[in-house]
Design a protein around this ligand. Sequence first.
Ligand SMILES: [Zn+2]
Length: 395
Amino acid sequence: MLTARDVQGKIITIPENIPKERLVEWQTNQYYCPCCTAELILKAGQIKIPHFAHKKTSACTASSEPESEYHLLGKRKLFQWFVNNHIEPEMEPYLPEIRKRPDILIYYKEQSYAIEFQCSPISEEVFLSRTKSYQGAGIKPIWILAEKRIKRKKTRKYSLSAFQWLFAMNTVQSPMIFTFCPDKQKLYMLEPLTPFSPRTTFSQLAVLPLSNTLPQILFSTNKTWKFHFTEEWRAQRKSWAIHSVKTAKQSNPFFNGLYKNGLSPAWIPSEIGLPVEGMVMIETSAVEWQGWIFMDCLQNKKIGSRIYRSQIYHSFQRRISNGQIRLRTLPMISAKNPFLAVDAYLTLLVKLEILEFGGKGIYLIKNKLNLPTSSVEYVQLESSIYSKLSEMILL
Ligand SMILES: [Zn+2]
C-alpha cells in the first residue's frame, strides 16, 4: 500500500517521485495500518516502488499482500489519471463501515466509485463479497484487470475464465471488461463481449492511452445490442459441429439429449446456436441452450401448432434448475433476466420464419427446422441461414 497513518494519526501517502534522502528520513518514522492499526514498515528497495507493508502475515481484512510492482505502479498511474482529469481520487481510503479498503475511491456526479486494479487472482468468493460490500454501501465498484492476464487467441477472439467474466461491467446489451497496463500506461476496453461458449468470447479491443482518454469512459451505460462477429461466429459454430463430439464426455446430458432425439451434433440445424441479445447472461453455449429449447419445445410439433411462451420459459427454467443450462455470474451488471435472451431467440426464429406470432405469449410453428440429410444439403442450409443473419445485422 501507498497510504498509512503516521504517529499523529494523520493519513499520509508516499509521494510519487520521492528523493532518496527524503525516503531515508521517512524510514525513520513509524507508520500504522489505517485498518487494523498494526505497525507497518516502509519498504524501499532498489527496484520496487516504496510502499508500506504489514510486518508479518497479518489477518488484516483490508490488505492484499504481498503487492507486486505492477499493482503499486498501476495504482499510482490510475490515481494520477484521475487527478489530471479533475476527478479527485483518494488513495486506499479505509472505509470503516464496511471494513474495506479500495485501491482508489472517486466521487463523480453524486456517485462514489471504488476502483480496484486486480493483478493477482483472488477467489470468486472474495471478489463477490467485496463487490457486494461496496454495492451495499452505495458505492459502485469498478474492477480493472491486469492487462497481462488476458488471453487472446486470435485478433477478435479471447479465452475468458469464469473469474475474468466477473469483471464484466456496463449492460447485458454491451458488456465490457477494462484491463490496464501500468508500464504502457494504457487502458484496454474489450467490448462488446460476445460469448460463444463459457470461455470462448469474441470482442473488439479498444486501446486507450491514459494521456488522451477521459475517466468518464469507465462509467458508460450503453444499452444497444450490436453483433459484429458474423464471420468469426460462423467459423466457431462450424468448428463446434466438427469437434464438439470428440471432446464431449459420455455423461454429457446435452449430447445424450441429442442422441435420444435422433440428432447428430454435426448436423443439428444452423438455426441452433445463433447470437442473440442478452445471451451473455447464459454461461452455457448458445448451441446448447438453444438446442434444449428446440428439443424440449419445438422438435416434435407439427406445422401450425401453438406453443405458449410460458411453456418455453418453464422448460428453460427446468434446465436451469437441473444445471443443464447455467447462468453466468455477473455481479456488476444489473437487470439480469435470462428470459431476455430466450425472447430474443424466439424473435429471431420468427424473423427466420420458423415461428410466427400467434397473439400475446403465443407462437405458431411456421416451418419445421430442416434436418439435413446430406453434407451438401447441410452446407446449403447453413449458408442460407448466415446470409439471412448478415442481412438482418445490416438492417
Ligand atoms: Zn492492516
